[in-house]
Design a protein. Sequence first.
Length: 201
Amino acid sequence: MATFKNWISGALAHGQINQAELARLMSDELGKPIDRSIINKMVLGTRDISAEEMLAISKITGFDVPSRQSTSAKMIPVVGFVGAGQEIYAIDDHEKGAGLDEVEMPYFGMHPSTVAVRVRGDSMEPACYEGDLIFYDNRESGDLTHLIGKECVVSLTDGRKFVKILQRHGNGDWYLWSNNSKPIDGIRIEWAARVKLIQRR
């Protein structure tokens, strides 16, 4: 049942809808009332998802029904730590194809290059908390303007790694913004990757 719990979480993320919206749309699609509490039980893994319900969820969210091969658990490497407040020099074995630990893929359909890092610090609360896992896949080092205002994992040239909101001054200099601490100025960015998912500790 846990594998389908991961699948419906992925479907909600892919369709960018919440549980209440999915319940309403499924009620329309199936022609019978589907309460939000039913969706919540599916997400928690305490209720099975019927074939009819799975097809409806797939149609509503555009998220593919899992194949037989995809229902086995897939693992994602935890490659280090990022700072959300305190400065952290991350241990990052991603390029070596390894990591500090492994966690189960939160939902099916994540990119094969996806990795996770664990948060240290509290400056991004309530967006993320110490101990949360941050998932990302696409490191970018060229034009980062499309990431302005986005929550990103950012690697600086001095080795520090942060999860912050990427911002830019009028003169073109980059800085990192937090929810409840001072911006980090005077930085040089090695790469940045948009946060795909935050999994609570």
